[in-house]
Design a protein around this ligand. Structure first.
Ligand SMILES: *Cc1c(COP(=O)(O)O)cnc(C)c1O
Length: 428
């Protein structure tokens, strides 16, 4: 792709580049394997001496075209698709951590990520210190240890909608010689490019806005190429010392800025196998074509819905970074000048019970566990994902008992507001 295309253009034109007489639309390479003329050539692929496809558990051309498009949208040097956002975050961390290592993570990350790092990866011997993302640098410094290997946070936290001070986190991570990994799912590369603010690795659950139509679970990891692993060979031996499973190659020496993604592909995909199905990558690519358009509408709709809710008598509180009253409004103006996302959280004066009642009266908005879909949807964590918890336990977990998570879709905003209005009034 020629340098300098705008994101809207990249969304449509990047990735698949058909040759003369080839399909205009990215084909689904629905094949587990790829054919070669000589045994020697196949051997060179296995030695990583030559690049080429041999087995879809590691790489597939459909996936690579879609990964290249996302890579360009983020301004990175290399990217890989994964079977889910969970797999992306797992690989992003595990690619540079092993038993005995340590991670610093923001407390407000998505519940699945919180559990992955504090429960599941702990069983693998990787320790995690959870920090308040709003803390001062002085206080955040206390979380770092000699064995810290990375810092992990979200641009806009799901569902707390905390906007990350990316520069503050990047500066701190770099002070300790470790990369900052940012999950950019809610902002999408349309609204924020964390690399511009010093983040080193970006991940996404492509299941959300990127697909946008709730058809396919998927994830992606993008490397900025900016983190100099070879400056810290003792801290990152997996990248800077010989890999016995590939005849002693050293990723940083052989692949330069491609080292991190090459290692994640050749080791983690090979051994753990969480590739995205090419069929899902094809659907993701169609979603990406309209991502810029959809984000614009999600954000303008959400802004109007948030303003409507804030002005409603029956509403106790509204959390949306686009509101002037919001704690994160200033950070949002800096990092998300085009808008944040379509997700709003709010509470009714009638509390936990009122939330459930109101949702039953919704006609257009549907009750689903999904967010970031073209269709408006709602979830009441206290009645659904966290229903086993008491009010006290919910507060401890950072989920207000009355919190309604509203994912504003791209329908006509007047219809969305009218639906909320009638439901709130009936439930009152
Ligand atoms: C949904 C989500 C994930 C997990 O992604 P899946 O595709 O559901 O595995 C990770 N991070 C964030 C911010 C999410 O919203």
């Amino acid at each position: 792709m020629k340098q300098g295309y705008a994101k809207e253009t990249i969304c449509i034109q990047s990735g698949w580049k058909p040759g003369n007489g080839e399909p205009r639309v990215l084909p689904i390479y629905q094949s587990t394997t790829f054919k070669y003329e000589s045994s020697e050539q196949m051997g060179r692929l296995f030695d990583l001496e030559e690049s080429g496809y041999f087995y879809t558990r590691l790489q597939n051309p459909t996936n690579d075209c879609v990964a290249a498009k996302i890579c360009e949208l983020e301004g990175g040097v290399a990217a890989m698709l994964t079977s889910s956002g969970q797999a992306a975050n797992y690989y992003a961390v595990f690619n540079i951590c092993e038993a005995g290592d340590h991670v610093v993570m923001s407390s407000t990350v998505y519940g699945g990520t919180h559990n992955l790092l504090t429960v599941t990866m702990k069983k693998m011997g990787i320790e995690c210190t959870v920090v308040d993302p709003d803390d001062s640098p002085e206080s955040l410094r206390k979380a770092f240890k000699p064995n810290t290997k990375c810092v992990f946070a979200e641009t806009i936290a799901n569902p707390a909608l905390v906007v990350l001070d990316i520069e503050k986190f990047a500066t701190l991570a770099h002070e300790y010689g470790v990369p900052l990994i940012v999950d950019n799912t809610f902002a999408t590369p349309i609204n924020c490019n964390p690399f511009l603010w010093g983040a080193d690795i970006v991940t996404h659950s492509t299941t959300k806005y990127m697909d946008g139509h709730a058809t396919s679970v998927g994830g992606v990891i993008v490397d900025s190429g900016n983190f100099d692993w070879s400056k810290y060979p003792e801290r990152f031996p997996g990248l800077c010392t010989p890999d016995d499973s590939y005849h002693g190659i050293i990723y940083t020496e052989k692949f330069g800025k491609g080292a991190y993604i090459t290692k994640a592909t050749t080791q983690l995909m090979r051994d753990l196998g969480s590739i995205q199905a090419p069929q899902n990558a094809f659907l993701l690519n169609i979603g990406l074509e309209t991502l810029a358009l959809r984000m614009e509408r999600h954000c303008s709709n959400a802004q109007k819905v948030a303003e409507f809710l804030e002005a409603h008598d029956a509403v106790a509180w509204v959390n949306y970074p686009g509101l002037k009253s919001n704690k994160y409004h200033e950070l949002a103006e800096k990092y998300l000048p085009k808008g944040s996302c379509g997700v709003i959280s709010f509470g009714l004066k009638s509390g936990r019970l009122g939330a459930g009642r109101m949702m039953d009266y919704l006609e257009l908005a549907s009750i689903v566990t999904h967010v970031a879909d073209a269709r408006t949807c709602v979830l009441h964590p206290a009645s659904h994902t966290h229903r086993q918890m008491t009010d006290e336990q919910l507060v401890e977990a950072g989920v207000a008992p009355d919190l309604i998570r509203l994912s504003v879709g791209i329908e006509n905003v007047n219809d969305i507001i009218a639906d909320l209005k009638q439901a709130i009034e009936k439930a009152n």
